[in-house]
Design a protein around this ligand. Structure first.
Ligand code: ADP
Ligand code: MG
Length: 730
């Protein structure tokens, strides 16, 4: 195998891959089933399941919406019904499915197998097995918040998110969405605080509606639709790149020359092998009741996106976890590896996860829908101003909620919104806000402002200027889009922080409105006053310009907006008493839960970077320096031979010189990084800072020298699949 290296074998495999065709579901007549005929077939929700009497269904609904105590006998009925359903579909096992602080999901399977009182085998899931589980909490990240003797934690059924079946090759498992809490009730997961934040915000938004006269509103829910970006590369390349396997991103690699300059990949025709994958992915998601809607090429070569239709935030968060897992799994069936990392390839776009966010009443009214009537517009403007104030006030927390090693590459880099939190409102609303802000005498100008607002707002959804992709937080017609969220991240934490930030401003807004209305101000004027209050307070966070420009960084600094560049800069916010006051007071995250998250995130950051550094050093010594030495040997031999023959060797000398130079610098820097790794007395956030400010820049330098060598070393001596191979060959 000496003449043929692993890389060229991988290339042959990738190019000659046989395409996978899969069976789409057909009906008895052999016709393809419509999506609506299999949508949700792997989902069980008591609200529409067989075997649950109507009156009990109603009670369950109420329990799940109000948090009232679930009756034992009702849990029994659900357990029986879901077991029947799961068994009829061929399930053998069940599991409590939860989201520990690792950001991925965890599950421990138990067989339905049980024995009756005659000792005969039966299938069974008891009410208590449905409601509660006891995984060993000590193996999950806890930020040192519990001593090991307190290893007990338990999972508790989340009635608001439907149960579902995961299909394996030859068996199926019933997954029960659960929260994961410690023995003392501390949330050890992402879901629990999210649920708390949702019910807190729902209550406050509902109160707001009541105050302004919408007495029929009994419930407000938080809505969310996540767009998921990812890269696909052939499996053969993946396993020839230890850095991708270990860290999810290419730690070295020269660019492929044609990247995205021509903008020809975005929305381009989807390659056939990828389309096959997407079709199977959609099928799996639809069976899981996940409303996958849109699929397309993204900006970078090899990059794609999936968007699902929005729904209640808690379910959307569970859905997104399943989407990520399903993308990876279905990709493998097609011999692809899906890379969900925020920046798998330096120099081209990274991947994000746009969080589309709004609130809706039980009457189906979207609180961020501009609408046509003046009256509704005032409500809309007030709610919008509340969100803007929330982003201004809790910009640091929002930044911290999306902080990760991976996202640091993306924020501020190519095509990603910067780490400075600002809000894009677009021209129309921007103008209305400015005129409200400038209105010297609100009383007198009300009519004028409203009239102007009303006329323009009607046309708002068609307003194409609302397409500023450089903003981390943008109003897009009838919802906000939090775009700075990373592609690999669970959306639960950013959602929780966003909900809470908005809730905090709702508390003050509701008090303000009550007072105004008690004074005799009519509702519309009170809403206008409120809007003015928040636009006055938050105008500096509104920015409609180019968020990628250097000018903005300076301008933002002038406006006093925080710019927490790295994860190491951002995480401290979680233990900042004034920043987290509301989270603690509203009982969304307690002091110890915040500490836990802080420690887990700091530790994760340091550990991930440490793995990257070690992996990169091993690439340098095992692949890159050996390739350079081999080429040096070849050039040196050529020089000797040419000299023997009496030929000039100037060019060969130059090549050898540049090889030597790059090699020396690379070796030197690799040694420095190694020394810095070994010499790190710091711990916790101090260590994270040192990594972000000293070690990471060193590893970037190392990557630079590696790439320089890659550019001069002959292709056939280069063992690592290149960006060209990975992004273009399939
Ligand atoms: P884009 O042009 O950004 O792709 P789309 O209109 O296709 O915008 O919507 C993107 C996402 O926003 C989808 O997931 C969609 O379901 C979601 N979305 C639309 N309305 C709302 C809403 N009221 N609340 C939350 N998400 C929403
Ligand atoms: Mg979008």
């Amino acid at each position: 195998m000496s003449s043929e290296n692993l890389r060229s074998i991988a290339k042959t495999i990738a190019i000659d891959r046989e395409e996978r065709f899969f069976d789409r579901p057909v009906d008895q007549n052999g016709n393809y089933k419509r999506i609506s005929e299999y949508y949700g077939e792997n989902v069980f929700h008591f609200s529409d399941a067989h075997g649950i009497p109507e009156n009990i269904r109603k009670e369950l609904e109420e329990v799940s919406q109000t948090g009232k105590k679930l009756k034992r006998e009702h849990a029994d009925i659900v357990a029986k019904a879901v077991t029947e359903w799961a068994l009829s579909k061929g399930a053998t096992h069940f599991c409590h499915w939860f989201q520990p602080l690792t950001g991925s999901t965890a599950e421990k399977h138990d067989a339905f197998l049980d024995f009756d009182h005659h000792g005969l085998p039966i299938e069974n899931l008891s009410a208590s097995q449905l409601i509660q589980g006891e995984p060993d909490a000590s193996s999950f990240p806890n930020g040192g918040s519990r001593a090991t003797f307190e290893a007990r934690g338990y999972t508790a059924w989340d009635m608001t998110s439907p149960m579902f079946l995961i299909e394996g090759q030859s068996g199926k498992t019933l997954c029960i969405p659960t929260a994961f809490v410690s023995y003392h009730g501390d949330a050890l997961d992402i879901k629990t605080p999210l649920l708390r934040s949702i019910s807190n915000l729902s209550d406050l938004a509902c109160e707001f509606m009541q105050i302004i006269g919408f007495e029929e509103t009994k419930r407000v829910s938080v809505t969310c639709g996540a767009e998921q970006e990812y890269f696909l590369i052939d499996k053969a390349f993946y396993f020839s790149r230890p850095d991708l396997v270990m860290t999810g991103r290419a730690l070295v690699g020269a660019d492929a020359k044609k990247n995205q300059q021509l903008d020809d990949h975005y929305f381009g025709a989807i390659p056939e092998r990828v389309l096959n994958f997407m079709e199977e992915l959609d099928l799996e998601l639809h069976k899981l009741g996940i409303p996958a809607k849109t699929r397309h090429n993204e900006v970078a070569p090899g990059q794609f996106e999936l968007a699902q239709i929005f729904r209640e935030a808690n379910i959307a968060a569970d859905n997104n976890q399943l989407v990520m897992a399903t993308i990876k799994e279905v990709a493998l069936r097609h011999n692809f590896i899906a890379l969900l990392h925020e920046k798998p390839f330096a120099g081209i776009n990274g991947s994000g996860k746009h969080l589309n966010w709004s609130m809706a009443t039980d009457q189906g009214v979207n609180l961020l829908e501009p609408g046509a009537e003046v009256h509704n517009n005032m409500r809309f403007l007030a709610v919008t101003s509340i969100v803007v104030e929330a982003v201004k006030r809790r910009a640091k927390l929002l930044r911290a909620s999306i902080a990760s090693a991976g996202n640091d590459h993306r924020l501020g880099a190519n095509e990603a919104p910067p780490s400075i939190m600002s809000v894009f409102l677009g021209d129309t609303i921007g103008k209305i806000f400015t005129s409200i802000k400038e209105g010297k005498d609100i009383e007198k100008d009300v009519a004028v402002t409203l009239d102007m607002g009303a006329k323009q707002l009607v046309h708002l959804p068609k307003d194409n200027t609302d397409r500023n992709r450089t903003s981390p937080f943008a109003f897009t017609g009838n919802k906000f889009e939090f775009r700075a969220v990373g592609s690999a991240k669970a959306i639960g934490l950013p959602l929780c922080i966003l909900n809470s930030a908005v809730a905090e401003v709702f508390v003050e807004s509701n008090a303000f409105l009550k007072e105004e209305i008690a004074k005799g101000t009519d509702v519309e004027k009170a809403l206008l006053k409120l809007t003015k209050k928040w636009t006055d307070s938050a105008s500096e966070v509104i920015f409609n310009g180019d968020g990628y420009s250097d000018d903005w960084v300076q301008e933002a600094a002038k406006r006093g907006l925080p710019n927490l560049r790295t994860t190491a800069d951002a995480l401290d916010v979680f233990i900042d008493a004034s920043e987290t006051k509301y989270l603690r007071e509203a009982k969304i995250l307690s002091d110890s839960e915040l500490q836990t998250r802080y420690h887990v995130l700091v530790e994760r950051y340091c550990t991930l970077r440490a793995i990257e550094f070690d992996t990169q050093l091993s690439l340098v010594h095992k692949y890159i320096i050996p390739a350079a030495l081999e080429y040096k040997k070849q050039v040196a031999e050529t020089i000797r031979m040419q000299k023997d023959l009496g030929f000039d060797t100037n060019i060969e000398h130059d090549i050898l010189k540049s090889l030597n130079l790059a090699c020396e610098s690379l070796f030197e820097n690799a040694r420095n990084l190694k020394n810095m790794i070994n010499d790190q007395p710091e711990e916790g956030i101090e260590r994270a800072r040192k990594i972000a400010n000293e070690l990471y820049p060193m590893s970037e330098k190392i990557a630079g020298y590696c790439n320089e060598l890659e550019e001069i070393i002959p292709d056939k001596l280069w063992e690592l699949p290149t960006f060209y191979d990975m992004l273009y060959l399939r």
